[in-house]
Design a binder for this molecule. Sequence first.
Ligand SMILES: [Zn+2]
Length: 301
Amino acid sequence: MKNDHDTLQRFLFEHTAIRGNIVNLTNTLQLALNKQHLPTGLKQALGELMAASALLTATLKMNGSLILQLQSKGILKLLVVECNATFGIRATAKWSGDVKDDQTLFDLLEHGQFVITLDPKDGGQTYQGIVPLEGENISAMLENYMLRSEQIDTRIWLCYDGNSAAGMLLQKLPEASHQEINHEHHEYDDAWNRICHLAETIRDKELLDLPTETILKRLFHEEDVRLFEASNTQFFCSCSRTSVASMLRMLGQDEINSILEEQGKIEVNCDFCNAHYRFDPVDAAQLLASDTSTKLNSNVH
Ligand SMILES: [Zn+2]
């Protein structure tokens, strides 16, 4: 049986306003996480958050990046996952102190916040939403966010087995945008409840191991499901020497000079992909000399 590693596949339920998608991340996950020395519990959390980022990106009509962040004052400081419009994904974590292998994400959080950022990358307005962390797992947290902040009914299933992360999303589009579907209100809710109820029977192992088409047949064999062509996911880090240089320019001449005096060079490591960037005093002088266009282009990641 063909598996669907590193794909995202959208589907919809005909004659309803319910849509969904299923994602599997395998190479994408391993390339993103294996260069970092992450505790097991954080790998799981990042894997699930990566799957979630692809699921949510697939529901957006936007040509930029979706960034999901968990921030906390506990042992865990930060989890960041970024997914672009072509499902290029990167992820990293910051924590302080020891994280034991059996500690899970929610053991490590204190006064947690969830931050969701939509960065259009084409000069459009950046959107950011910040909410307290609520829910006992990442999918519950995201479902709460979607309902409270976006008023969109969303169900999300996420899983991770050390090799792969996978996920499924179901979403009920707001009725106002579907006037052409001339349903009675209760029929509309009935379909949503029935489909969510069927979806509840999904097991982690099925989501991780089976092709999307098989999953949909098993869960919804009496429903009229239209499956769209799969998109590929991949690990992608947007860092570059140019973006690091722009970031250094924003530190300003004094700061750059003081680092050079102390260390003789400036070294920057990308937290996401572990790429190493080194600027000697000559590079730094060039960098400061080309300071003209940077104020316009301060949107550096
Ligand atoms: Zn990088």
